[in-house]
Design a protein around this ligand. Structure first.
Ligand SMILES: [Zn+2]
Length: 179
């Protein structure tokens, strides 16, 4: 479902997302979304309340597209309707160095990094002041990397790595036959 995409760039923090975009339900053009907060809000109600150009003041579907979803950047597609990040918390997504996938974590108001539901439960047990929050208020689902937009040099490196691995295992096989 090509509904929302976010872009990753190597600057300023490697693997961090630095641009947000949503696709208009009417004209299918991509529009950049100014802030992560705005983006998360859009995403949380995406199915019931689809994004359209005219939500932005002075913008209509007749205006040219803000950006193309092409390989000039690396794109990841988000799942719609993820819960809005609870107040005081921050939700962060980091792309792995080999571009294979993203990892999601929350930063709690106390500055603790929480990577999965188990860690979340432990955090809430330790901090009863956040026990009004439900586990459903958090979601560790990560967007999918659009393979076609992974930089060529990364894909090349990957291919070399798997070729080297294959050679190594072929070598091992040969050795065990010889011994
Ligand atoms: Zn539109």
């Amino acid at each position: 479902m090509k509904k929302q995409k976010i872009e990753d760039d190597l600057k300023p923090k490697r693997g961090a997302i630095d641009l947000y975009a949503a696709q208009c339900a009417k004209c299918q053009k991509w529009r950049s979304i100014a802030t992560k907060e705005e983006y998360e809000e859009l995403r949380s109600t995406f199915t019931d309340d689809p994004f359209t150009c005219d939500r932005t003041p002075d913008l209509t579907c007749d205006d040219p597209t803000d950006l193309e979803c092409d390989a000039s950047r690396t794109w990841v597609i988000d799942k719609p309707n993820l819960p809005l990040t609870p107040a005081g918390f921050k939700r962060e997504l980091i792309l792995r160095a080999d571009y294979s996938k993203l990892d999601a974590h929350y930063l709690t108001p106390t500055g603790k990094k929480v990577r999965c539901q188990g860690e979340l439960v432990a955090f809430m047990e330790k901090h009863p002041e956040y026990q009004h929050l439900k586990l459903d208020d958090f979601n560790f689902t990560v967007p999918k990397v659009l393979e076609d937009t992974v930089p060529l040099e990364v894909r090349k490196k990957r291919a070399e790595k798997s070729a080297a691995k294959k050679e190594e295992s072929d070598g091992k096989k040969k050795m065990s036959i010889n011994s």
